[in-house]
Design a protein around this ligand. Structure first.
Ligand SMILES: NC(=O)C1=CN([C@@H]2O[C@H](COP(=O)(O)OP(=O)(O)OC[C@H]3O[C@@H](n4cnc5c(N)ncnc54)[C@H](O)[C@@H]3O)[C@@H](O)[C@H]2O)C=CC1
Ligand SMILES: O=C(O)CCC(=O)C(=O)O
Length: 446
């Protein structure tokens, strides 16, 4: 069977075994599409059924999460943890609390996480979890009761040497605090390394909050530099206004870019004077209000139901959610002369949009490479916890920058070596895959 037929066969099996999980199919297809040259060069991967094994999670846990709302009503949500691959280290990846979360979403995120974590060069396996619980509009007490119930099951499956969750959409410092509190209560252990993204007073790392957004912008700067371009003075639009978006905006501004847009699930803001990060954080993080309120207070333009891509940009940073930049959005960006699309979110660009951008020679950096700074800094948090140490902001940021530069260069070098110069998708997929595949060969059939 030819390599292409074999890859199609693996994909057909994935679809047959994981029906109704379109995001997982999409994530698998994107990786498989890069792998023909590496399988041709390394027949041992196919002989050891590395691909057939890698698309199957090592373990999936689905559980009931009952909790009581402020009116005394019993609510029931569903919890998930997908432990995908532990050949490089303990399972590592965030928890997402959002009504759209289901087994397929968690599986796509966990699958991406395997290769992303491998790309960091650190000792972390891949996993992801979450719940269809929606924290929006819930009181702190309700969020606490939900998190306590969620951890009352999850604690059996995690641990500093087993599986180390962190935040993602809908899970920030508040939720990690409640989850960690319940973990210490149930286990009677101070085991800070079981979760990352913790508060600074109780085992967190400086620069972890900033790391994903900062890392994505450092990647963008390196990718532009590779083409002889700079970020300084560029018009940038960002989607989202959460953890990743806010810190991407701040770092892009530090590097001299004009960031003029951000958004949330209800609409987009165009602020030609440049996004005021302090105001945005006040509105979104402190008051937990929509971006429309930012626009009102700032006197900026707000478009309900819109995404920011139509505002035009030289650099676009999707930092909200999956499949939020489609073919029409890509066309609008091309018309406006976009130079680079760098993914702060996980799989925010649809396959057709990514293909269109690449055909038009736009720099396209996939999330598994560009947003790896977050999980890499989580691994640095684990290192600090293991040593009962805490590093300065500058020390941690310098490690993050070194990891991102190295990741950027290795991705490019791999793409080059496999006949796809400048293609970050091919480079990231092959470099991530080969590190995991080599470990799988060494560890035997497990
Ligand atoms: N927090 C982290 O360290 C990392 C996060 N990511 C990814 O980055 C993205 C954003 O995550 P965070 O900033 O942590 O979450 P967050 O909860 O802090 O912010 C999410 C943002 O996305 C917006 N959003 C959510 N669903 C949307 C929709 N359907 N349409 C438009 N906007 C929507 C929200 O309004 C919010 O502004 C996600 O794709 C996540 O998987 C990737 C790597 C690490
Ligand atoms: O910091 C972590 O462990 C997870 C970050 C994450 O969820 C991601 O990289 O998508």
């Amino acid at each position: 069977m030819s390599t292409e037929q074999y890859l199609d066969d693996v994909f057909t099996q994935v679809v047959a075994r994981n029906g109704h999980e379109p995001e997982f199919h999409q994530a698998v297809r994107e990786v498989l599409d890069s792998l023909a040259p590496v399988l041709d060069r390394h027949p041992e991967y196919r002989e050891a059924a590395v691909l057939e094994r890698i698309v199957e999670p090592e373990r999936q846990v689905v559980f009931r999460v009952p909790w009581v709302d402020d009116e005394g009503r019993v609510r029931v949500n569903r919890g998930f943890r997908t432990q995908f691959s532990s050949v490089l280290g303990p399972y590592k990846g965030g928890l997402r609390f959002h009504p759209s979360v289901d087994a397929g979403i968690v599986k796509f995120l966990g699958f991406e996480q395997i290769f992303k974590n491998a790309l960091t060069g650190l000792a972390i396996g891949g996993g992801k979890g979450g719940s269809d619980f929606d924290p929006h509009g819930r009181s702190d007490a309700e969020v606490m009761r939900f998190c306590q119930s969620f951890m009352s099951e999850l604690f059996r499956h995690v641990g500093e040497h087993t599986d180390v969750p962190a935040g993602d959409i809908g899970v920030g410092a508040r939720e990690i605090g409640y989850l960690y509190g319940q973990y210490t209560r149930l286990t009677n252990r101070w085991e800070a390394g079981v979760l990352t993204g913790k508060g600074l007073a109780w085992g967190g790392s400086l620069a972890r909050t900033e790391a994903t957004g900062y890392g994505a912008v450092l990647f963008a700067a390196d990718a532009l530099a590779y083409r002889g371009l700079v970020l300084d003075g560029r018009r940038v639009v960002v989607s989202g206004s959460g953890n990743v978006a806010v810190h991407a905006i701040a770092k892009a501004q530090q590097l001299g870019a004009d960031v003029v847009a951000c958004s949330d699930s209800r609409g987009a803001v165009l602020d030609e004077r440049g996004i005021d990060v302090d105001l945005l954080r006040q509105v979104r993080e402190v008051e937990r209000l929509p971006v429309e309120v930012y626009a009102q207070r700032r006197g900026a333009h707000y478009e309900p139901g819109a995404r920011p891509w139509a505002f035009g940009a030289q650099v676009a940073l999707p930092c909200a959610t999956q499949n939020e930049l489609d073919e029409d959005d890509a066309r609008a960006l091309l018309d406006a002369g976009v130079l680079a699309v760098v993914e702060g979110a996980n799989m925010p660009t649809t396959p057709k949009a990514a293909a269109l951008l690449t055909e038009n020679r736009v720099v396209f950096a996939p999330g598994k490479a560009a947003n790896a700074g977050g999980v890499a800094t989580s691994a640095l948090e684990m290192q600090q916890n293991a040593a009962r140490d805490s590093w300065t902001f500058e020390q941690t940021e310098a490690r993050l920058a070194a990891i991102m530069h190295d990741l950027h260069d290795r991705t490019l070098e791999t793409a080059d070596r496999f006949g796809a110069p400048g293609d970050y998708v091919v480079g990231a997929n092959i470099a991530g895959f080969t590190r995991v595949a080599d470990a799988m060969l060494a560890l035997g059939v497990i």
